[in-house]
Design a protein. Structure first.
Ligand SMILES: [Zn+2]
Length: 221
């Protein structure tokens, strides 16, 4: 798909906060949720950028820890904001869900529901669907952003999974997420045209600095 002119902001859940404390998110089968979230952001970004989409990645490492509210603010100027997470509960639950903020819009709801369905179908898991929650990372997303959601691709603590399954499963979910994003952009958002301003003829100066003739042997002057 041609995604030129669209802008998407992708955030990897957890990691470093403004306090410089590291938050791994859920830890299951010896794997940290944050690392899987980062893998998804990188993968989705790569797939979207290959189609011409402009992508901002919010990955909070030790050098750039951010509070949740500041992460949401990074969405300014983008068409979509997605926060990537993985679920964990009691080791038995499984399925995909996509969350939106309690005070979110109809666009958030529509995008969340369609994305949840697409990821669930792709993984072969139950679609738990769209859910509303008061989420710090979504609260500060500027209103002009068409839709803002938090993706929980699957339950990483499910006992039917092994640690070695997790990354491949996350990337598989990311494939579906990228398709869902591309589909939503084309159907619901307007690409921003790139404006190339050509300088007027009179404004054009010499293309190279003027050469100044220097005396060849100034000491002989
Ligand atoms: Zn999380």
């Amino acid at each position: 798909m041609n995604l030129e002119g669209f802008r998407v902001c992708l955030e990897a859940g957890h990691g470093y906060h403004d306090t410089m404390e590291y938050d791994p998110g859920a830890v299951a089968h010896g794997f940290e949720e944050h690392k899987l979230n980062v893998a998804q952001v990188e993968h989705v970004a790569k797939l979207l950028e290959a189609q011409g989409c402009a992508v901002t990645k919010v990955i909070c490492r030790s050098s750039n820890g951010l509070a949740l509210s500041k992460r949401g603010l990074q969405a300014a100027g983008h068409d979509l904001f997605l926060s990537f997470h993985h679920n964990a509960a009691n080791g038995k639950a499984q399925g995909t869900e996509v969350l939106m903020h309690l005070m979110g819009t109809l666009s958030d709801a529509g995008f969340a529901a369609s994305l949840s369905k697409r990821i669930a179908n792709h993984l072969g898991y139950f679609d738990r669907g769209m859910k509303k929650q008061s989420l710090g990372v979504l609260r500060q997303v500027p209103k002009e952003v068409k839709a803002a959601v938090l993706v929980e691709s699957y339950f990483m603590d499910n006992t039917a999974l092994a640690g070695t399954d997790l990354e491949a499963l996350s990337l598989k979910a990311a494939d579906a997420a990228a398709e869902g994003i591309a589909d939503y952009l084309v159907k619901n958002c307007k690409p921003r045209k790139q404006i190339i301003v050509e300088p007027k003829k009179v404004d054009i100066g010499p293309s190279e600095p003027k050469k100044v003739e220097l005396p060849k042997m100034p000491w002989k002057k």
